[in-house]
Design a protein around this ligand. Structure first.
Ligand SMILES: [Zn+2]
Length: 274
């Protein structure tokens, strides 16, 4: 799932290349994924010019010259491509935009769980999930973070990935943030001390910001986005060929209830009873 560091890297890459660029042709191959009728999206984009690409939580917002916005929520498997026209298309390419600078911007979605909207800038707040979203994880102040977290209970990892609490953290970076903060992912939110809540807040900024330059390194000439997870310290480092905790050397523990992988260090992130 693309999370804040992935989307920020994609956004920065595109902002260096597509601002002011015109869409000469729009192909909407898989209408299912369009929450605004695909033909309206194609008609609106053709001949239009891109403004800045923005991000809010896990949404990318492609602003356009006429105050409309192409809003993409890539969910689990949405992938962006910025390539030359001859480049092989990914399976399930839903949207292909030919640009007047000689490149193509594409969106593919293997599991077709993503959502594409096309809305006037004034209507973007009505896009589903937008109004429910908490503040962006990179923008929330510590004071607001502390106030909001009191309203959420349950396992702390589930709180972190709940977009109503803060937006932009998914399964992978939640594991990294909890490792950084030395908090067990299954601890109840209500069991966290004030000091631990502060450590958690700081770990969000540290972990996400540390990843940004790493991801940007992968996108130089073109963007053909796969998930870059090699730089993570614990997430998916467990399992059969378990890696070791970079802090204490203990083997990383990993479980996958409901096919959602959680990885942590039992020593650095003890459970509440320990
Ligand atoms: Zn450890």
């Amino acid at each position: 799932m693309p999370e804040i560091p992935d989307l920020e890297a994609i956004r920065a890459f595109l902002n260096e290349r597509i601002i002011g660029v015109e869409v000469t042709r729009a192909e909407t191959a898989i209408p299912y994924i369009f929450r605004t009728p695909a033909k309206d999206v194609a008609a609106g984009l053709t001949g239009n010019r891109f403004g800045e690409v923005l991000r809010r939580g896990k949404f990318l917002l492609f602003t356009l010259a006429d105050e409309y916005v192409l809003v993409i929520n890539p969910m689990l498997s949405g992938r962006f491509q910025y390539v030359r026209p001859g480049t092989k298309k990914r399976a399930k390419t839903c949207l292909l935009l030919a640009l007047d600078n000689g490149w193509e911007l594409r969106y593919a979605d293997e599991r077709l769980m993503g959502k594409i909207y096309y809305a006037h800038i004034d209507d973007v707040p009505h896009v589903p999930q937008f109004s429910e979203m908490g503040p962006d994880a990179l923008a929330v102040s510590e004071e607001e973070f502390r106030a909001r977290i009191r309203k959420h209970s349950g396992a702390i990892k589930n709180v972190l990935t709940n977009l109503k609490f803060v937006a932009g953290i998914g399964n992978a970076y939640a594991d990294e943030i909890l490792f950084e903060a030395r908090i067990n992912p299954f601890r109840r939110r209500t069991s966290l001390s004030d000091g631990e809540v502060g450590a958690l807040y700081r770990a969000i900024g540290t972990t996400l910001r540390r990843s940004l330059p790493v991801l940007r390194e992968h996108f130089r000439e073109e963007l053909d986005y796969e998930e870059w997870r090699d730089h993570l310290k614990v997430h998916r480092k467990g399992g059969e060929k378990a890696g070791r905790c970079p802090r204490c050397g203990t083997r990383i523990t990993e479980i996958a209830p409901n096919q959602r992988i959680t990885s942590w260090c039992r020593v650095c992130q003890p459970d509440a009873a320990a």
